[in-house]
Design a protein around this ligand. Structure first.
Ligand code: AMP
Length: 650
């Protein structure tokens, strides 16, 4: 258990002595000093600047365009990183971006993404946006944030990001500045001339002020900032979007305090300047932004971005072990779907440099946890995070007992409580020890609210029995007698079969044990009698073959709660996943509604197609379009028994 810690040399151990976190008593001892007194910084900019000053020529950010184990690597030293951050912040300011303005980054993982993130937080508020979103969603986020500048890719082959940004700008009138990053310098010399010729036309209107990031950095002063931004811990440093994938995602505001309380605390707990973090998750999401980028930079470590698309990049998965060997990576963070995909690839390189890996975002199946550790020697710390808690809210202790299946206890300066709420959503009481309720947090890492105050009111609450502002997570769980948190489900993911609550995790864990199964997502499909029936979607391992009936039989045998046995199991070529790789259940729910409604109409002898849309008032709503023989009254009879709303579309 202590191997990884004792492998550090004496100096590191001394440096991290105060921060050894093995038990809850250690956490309480650390917290004796209030966070504001313990942390020497008042902004993340100051935190990274301090590393840049002390680490000088040491490598800060490396990048390779593809996952090839001998591909060219581009590296920025700490000194160069700070020079670029300063120059880019100055350049944006010279072009009219004011201190405190919001600067959006619609970017994949590039060294420039790190520079732009830090420059945006130096000058104002950074708004990382998932570049895979559709133009409409990007436009909605830009508009809601009031961003005045956007940093994105220059038009290039095989990417539609600039085109989507150009379209998105039509709904974001406040954006006056666009800065582009050209991928050309990263191509091998032989390909550069061809790529330059094949480059698509710029999609941005000529009236827009469009600049080139590298040229701006070259021409702006890089010795010191030429503007004043009074920035303290209560100021907002970033907006991260979360939730909806269409229409209106929520914008979570991160204060410099919450960002420091996460990144700096994690760095002090597990990282040193000797660490090398392999970054294969997208930086626009909190997991990679804080755990894999800001925390290692706070420690003075080295981050290595393996391809702009991370795990999805060319060759990254297939060469993952070789990339670890090549970069002598010590630190990883990953989500269970990526670990399951890596698990299918035998370790074919020396990965003995690995020390820690944080797994989070979704539950990590126990069997996978054990197999991954024994195959790689890495020490897995399962953590629990959410955008509203800035990132990590709890984690298994790096130096203490890890309980597989639990998400550990809150990180220093965070408190947890399991709470019960009444039918109106009002806090009614704190749950008894071991009792399941909604997991709630309070403390320094809790975010500053959503950009939309109405949404903020819905997640925060006061407790008459405990001080502080408390955050509702929407996740269900319990705390054991040692203080470890166990997530038992997600309030909104529960399958409710005739009033009986079913945890989808029961079905997912059971089916994941089948040798042919790679990923499982269980949801409730509409049912006229029970309201919902459990249903599972399955993605098979490459080359595996199994029938749906065989999987149903397996489920009957292995899902021990009778009511939770899935009524239907559907095999999909690939399960829909979010950008970080979590199974995207809303897409599965839509598929299930369309399928069940389609079957009900066919049974009534009606010919129609069914699609499912997100209605702002009704939620998921089925739209029925007649395609042949059809009768409105019969359709009503066939579908009105379902609780899910539907409408006819002519
Ligand atoms: P996001 O804000 O996109 O990072 O999503 C946060 C949500 O991910 C949480 O509210 C949980 O539902 C889920 N989550 C995060 N970590 C875990 C974990 N270790 N196990 C289960 N669910 C998790």
């Amino acid at each position: 258990m202590r191997d990884a810690v004792e492998a550090r040399d004496g100096a590191d151990m001394a440096e991290n002595q105060d921060w050894r976190l093995a038990t809850l008593a250690d956490k309480k001892a650390i917290e004796k000093t209030p966070f504001g007194e313990m942390c020497p910084f008042s902004s993340v900019t100051q935190m990274v600047a301090a590393s840049c000053e002390t680490r000088g020529d040491a490598p800060a950010v490396s990048f390779q365009l593809k996952g090839g184990p001998s591909d060219r690597v581009f590296t920025l030293s700490y000194a160069e990183l700070w020079r670029q951050v300063t120059a880019f912040a100055n350049a944006l300011h010279e072009r009219g971006v004011k201190p405190g303005d919001t600067i959006a980054l619609v970017l994949p993982n590039l060294p420039e993404t790190v520079v732009a993130l830090l420059a945006a937080q130096t000058l104002g508020v950074a708004l990382p946006i998932n570049p895979l979103l559709e133009a409409e969603a990007i436009g909605g986020i830009l508009d809601e944030s009031g961003a005045t500048a956007v940093v994105t890719l220059r038009s290039f082959m095989k990417t539609d990001v600039p085109q989507k940004v150009a379209e998105a700008l039509e709904s974001a009138p406040k954006v006056r500045e666009v800065v582009q990053i050209d991928l050309l310098p990263y191509l091998p010399a032989l390909l550069k001339p061809i790529a330059a010729v094949l480059r698509p036309k710029s999609p941005f209107p000529s009236a827009l002020h469009v600049g080139d990031m590298r040229k701006l950095i070259k021409s702006a002063p890089s010795d010191k900032l030429r503007f004043v931004r009074d920035c303290g811990p209560d100021d907002i440093g970033a907006y991260y979007h979360t939730g909806g994938t269409t229409g209106s995602p929520k914008l979570a505001m991160h204060t410099h305090r919450s960002m420091l309380a996460n990144a700096w605390t994690i760095s002090r707990l597990i990282l040193t300047e000797k660490d090398v973090a392999l970054v294969a998750l997208p930086i626009f999401h909190v997991f990679a932004s804080y755990v894999l980028t800001l925390a290692p930079l706070a420690a003075g470590g080295h981050i290595v971005l393996v391809s702009p698309q991370g795990f999805r990049g060319d060759g990254v998965m297939d060469n993952f072990w070789k990339l670890i060997e090549r970069h002598r990576a010590t630190f990883l963070a990953a989500v269970p779907t990526a670990l399951a995909a890596l698990d299918l690839r035998p370790v074919n390189a020396d990965v003995s440099s690995l020390r820690y890996m944080i797994s989070g975002s979704a539950p990590l199946p126990t069997a996978l946890f054990r197999r991954f550790e024994s195959n790689t020697g890495v020490r897995i710390l399962e953590g629990y995070g959410m955008t509203e808690a800035t990132c990590v809210s709890s984690c298994n202790p790096p130096d203490g007992e890890r309980k597989i299946g639990s998400v550990g206890y809150p990180i220093p300066w965070m408190d947890v409580a399991i709470c019960a709420f009444d039918g109106n959503g009002q806090f009614s009481r704190a749950c008894a020890d071991g009792e399941i309720g909604e997991i709630c947090f309070s403390g320094a890492s809790v975010f500053g609210g959503y950009k939309d105050p109405a949404r903020t009111a819905a997640v925060f609450f006061d407790r008459p029995d405990a001080p502080g502002r408390w955050l509702r997570t929407g996740d269900l769980g319990r705390i054991d007698s040692d203080g470890y948190i166990w997530i038992t489900g997600r309030a909104k993911d529960l399958i409710i079969r005739g009033g009986h609550n079913i945890d989808p995790g029961l079905i997912e864990e059971a089916l994941a044990e089948h040798p042919a199964v790679a990923f499982v997502g269980a949801i409730g499909q509409p049912d006229a009698y029970s309201g919902e029936m459990p249903c599972a979607y399955v993605e098979l391992k490459p080359g595996a073959k199994v029938t749906e009936q065989e999987l149903l039989d397996f489920a009957t045998e292995h899902v021990h709660e009778r009511a939770a046995r899935p009524a239907t199991i559907q095999v999909m070529a690939e399960l829909p996943k979010t950008a970080v790789g979590k199974t995207f259940k809303p897409a599965l729910r839509k598929e299930a509604i369309a399928r069940v409604f389609g079957e009900a109409l066919a049974k009534a002898g009606l010919e129609a197609s069914v699609s499912v849309v997100d209605d702002p008032e009704l939620g998921m709503c089925a739209e029925v379009t007649p395609t042949g023989a059809f009768d409105d009254a019969k359709a009503k009879e066939a579908l009105d028994g379902f609780a899910r709303p539907w409408r006819l579309v002519s």
